[in-house]
Design a binder for this molecule. Structure first.
Ligand code: FES
Ligand code: FES
Length: 160
């Protein structure tokens, strides 16, 4: 009997209900990119760099490793869920601190920083390094990134 290699899944994508026909081998990043969402980027394809970070039920996952089939019934959010035309505190802080150069890794850093600040409003430098340890920036903008996270925390608390 031939093996069924496709299936239909339903999930919400940035708040919109989606029905998708997927290959059972497909990773979530491919499904997102097929839908024109290019904020999460495939770089290492090995779960090492964080460029493909997306949120599944509010938990950050590597879209390059996460099987799309596991997203069935889930709430998936990408960087594109952030309002267009209005920057949040984290985005503002990254710009003000010059916390990126090429920007390839930046969507992943923004999503992880938001998750960090949702869970720790006043993170220590160890917290920051821990949360961002799965995100690599090949331009080595790390000092600026850490400054940006601290600034974003202050902005969220209304201190800047
Ligand atoms: S592309 Fe997924 S972790 Fe690097
Ligand atoms: S800004 Fe260039 S890889 Fe991060």
């Amino acid at each position: 009997m031939p093996m069924n290699t496709t299936r239909t899944i339903q999930f919400t994508l940035n708040g919109e209900p989606i029905t998708a026909q997927i290959g059972t081998h497909q990773h979530l990043i491919e499904v997102l990119q097929d839908r024109g969402l290019t904020g999460a980027r495939e770089s290492c394809a090995q779960g090492l760099c964080g460029c493909c970070t997306v949120l599944v039920n509010d938990t950050a996952v590597s879209g390059c490793l996460y099987l799309a089939a596991f997203a069935d019934g889930a709430a998936v959010r990408t960087i594109e869920h952030l309002p267009q035309g209005k920057l949040d505190a984290v985005q503002e802080a990254f710009i003000e601190c010059g916390a990126f150069q090429c920007g390839y890794c930046t969507p992943g850093f923004i999503l992880m920083t938001r998750q960090l600040l949702d869970e720790h409003a006043d993170p220590s430098e160890d917290d920051i390094r821990h949360y961002l340890s799965g995100n690599l920036c090949r331009c080595a903008a790390y000092p600026e990134i850490i400054r940006a996270v601290k600034l974003a925390a202050m902005k969220r608390k209304g201190e800047r």
